[in-house]
Design a protein around this ligand. Sequence first.
Ligand SMILES: *Cc1c(COP(=O)(O)O)cnc(C)c1O
Length: 345
Amino acid sequence: MDVTNLVRDCIKKLQPYSSARDEYKSLNDDMVFIDANENPFQTQVNRYPDPNQTPVKAILSKLKLVPEQNILLGNGSDEVLDLIFRAFCEPGLDNIITLPPTYGMYNVLAGINNIQVREVLLSETFQPKVDEILATADANSKILFLCSPNNPTGNSFNNDEMIAILSSFQGIIVIDEAYIDFSKASSWITRLNDFPNVIVTQTLSKAYGLAGIRLGICYASEEIIAILKKIKPPYNVNTLTQNAAIDRLKNDAAVNEEIKSIMSERNKLQGCLDQIPFVEKVYPSDANFLLVKVDDANKRYEQLVARGVVVRNRSSQPLCENCLRFTIGTTEENEKLINILQNLE
Ligand SMILES: *Cc1c(COP(=O)(O)O)cnc(C)c1O
């Protein structure tokens, strides 16, 4: 498959903006930089950020064993996802496929970009229905979103279904791995060479504890990365974000300890929730949250808010009737939640 055939004509023809820092890169030597209309006085951030985020990518490349030229960074995964829409989807003409219940941003981004959304519900066990997905696709189905582990259901998609889709779908396949660090399943970034139309997105917002800095990561073939690079704003990841990301990624051991603790708290919370009389089902989770079916989600949601605990009410989502989503907190926060739930009438 040649992914360049999927790119919008206007993007193929686009001459990208060449920033001052693109034209002359090295800020390290003894040069005088009077090329970007910056203020010369030091504020720590008086210079424009590195448009290629080279040091961040170098660390990520070592950690994830993916070459730097297969990595693109964005202002959160949300920016990366928007870049993918704008590269491949012609407004008013193309469509995307999503698998509800899933992450709401795919539909919002489709709306912003005037792209039709075709929805194929997950199965009762929250797995993709391969035949229905393939039957729904046509030549204008440019992107299929596979969120695994999926939000809000928490499960990973089975390998067999994934492989069946990856071997047949003719557009771009985005595998959203925002929660991959909490999963026993391995990331699809190891299979990029086998599937030239796959884009894997990850983020520092969840396991890495840096939601506030906004750093999203995209792994894909060199061809796809080159296309997205053409349309990304040159300075899309600011200096403060790059520095914070480097500090945190260098401290991968601490991150792994936190992930372990969150996963063990998840299992503990799951056991406790199973004992609550009005809890009807706790779905298995590969993420840092649990989807929980209760007797009356709106009532339980209000009761929890009144007692100072805010959870996410997902009961309006298909297949999620009377479901609440609980993010795993600290040991103390989880104990507080259980305590309150045990005492609800
Ligand atoms: C939280 C989340 C993201 C993260 O988005 P950022 O913009 O990187 O914070 C992406 N995808 C899913 C499914 C999520 O739940």
